[in-house]
Design a binder for this molecule. Structure first.
Ligand SMILES: [Zn+2]
Ligand SMILES: [Zn+2]
Length: 215
């Protein structure tokens, strides 16, 4: 698997394009204001985007969904408990003085424990509420490179040395801490974490030194 990351002002939210191997299948995660750059990479590399997967539906994570959906025809999938956010993306933007194109209705909601298998990737959906009720993390392995560490796309649940805010609608601090401790910290220490904002980290590093999660 090859990972492409881009982030654009003003929110510097990470958008991720996963190239899932020889079949040229790819997945787009959380397309936002950087969506054109990621679509251009997909075009240049001859990738077919099979799914548009959302970690949650805050507007900085969905502002590029309409364009991605139009360009690729790929299904958009979001957690059911974040539909109220998904459907109010334009209003969320207006609250921050920001205009965005309304995302199209989602094509599906995640089933409990759902697994996607584009190319040689296996993508497991982990429900990690707290930052938002329908927040998920996406845990990815490559079936042709099983020696490589797990890659976890953590949205705004867990950041390097920080955690997501819980003061937005549907957020809950204790729920977020429980999600991180019981779901994410149960993963392998070597698992690489790719957050929705900022640099990557590992599960082991966050277990040891994240100030919000001291034992
Ligand atoms: Zn968020
Ligand atoms: Zn965010």
């Amino acid at each position: 698997m090859v990972l492409h990351t881009r982030a654009a002002a003003p929110f510097h939210k990470n958008g991720y394009l996963l190239d899932c191997g020889g079949s040229r299948d790819a997945v787009l995660l959380d397309p936002g204001d950087e969506v054109r750059e990621l679509l251009e990479i997909a075009r240049a590399e001859g990738l077919a985007i099979r799914q548009i997967l959302l970690t949650h539906a805050h507007m900085d994570h969905v502002s590029g969904v309409a364009e991605a959906r139009r360009a690729t025809g790929a299904p958009v999938v979001v957690h059911e408990a974040d539909l109220f956010l998904y459907e109010s993306a334009v209003e969320q933007g207006a609250f921050f003085g920001y205009r965005l194109e309304a995302p199209p209705p989602p094509d599906a909601v995640y089933a409990s424990g759902q697994i996607f298998t584009p190319g040689t990737c296996t993508i497991r959906v982990l429900h990690t509420p707290g930052h938002s009720p329908g927040g998920v993390c996406l845990a990815v392995t490559d079936r042709e490179h099983e020696d490589e560490p797990l890659q976890v796309f953590s949205g705004d649940t867990l950041f390097a040395n920080s955690i997501g805010r819980t003061d937005l609608p549907g957020g809950d601090y204790d729920t977020l801490i429980t999600s991180i401790r019981t779901v994410l910290f149960a993963l392998d220490a070597a698992a690489v974490v790719y957050p929705g904002h900022g640099p990557s980290t590992t599960i082991g590093a966050e277990r040891r030194s994240n100030p919000f999660l001291r034992p």
